[in-house]
Design a protein around this ligand. Sequence first.
Ligand code: FES
Length: 177
Amino acid sequence: MQTDPLPEKIEQGTAERRSFLKWMIGVLSAMIGLVMGIPYIRTVINSAPLRKLSYVEVGDINALSIGQPQDLNFQARVTDAFLRQEVTRSVWAIKHSPDEVTIFSPICTHLGCHFKWNPQTRHFECPCHGSVWTIDGKVIGGPAPRPLDTLPHKIENGKIYVEWERFQVGISEKVRV
Ligand code: FES
């Protein structure tokens, strides 16, 4: 007796469709995983301690007065996962001569508040827990565990350029985040 080949063909077609679907699901899963992993990979790259920093122009040295700390604001482009945005940052600049300046990060070395210059006392003071520093960044009061953090900088054609970086707070060593 001759058997009908049709059910066998249908079964074979169904098996092929199943294996194609499995393959498609595998490819789609891999693509989704890759897309979702990009922010994580970016974050790891951006937070690498040895990432390349770049200089940002923060102001004109001729606009500063010698011995008078000045906070300089500048715009920076920040990438966080998928989000790219412009943020305003600031640094403290103290001019020593027409071509010499110290740049301090504005972040308190205790727990990260922004400190201010007090022109009456001529000290830097943190409003959060009362840390106090001299004009050259030495701790003279409060819980700050280390001096103010200086930032790398250069002066070209009268413009001040700073390499913005952050350091761990609450410890006595200056360690880049
Ligand atoms: S955060 Fe500045 S003294 Fe605590």
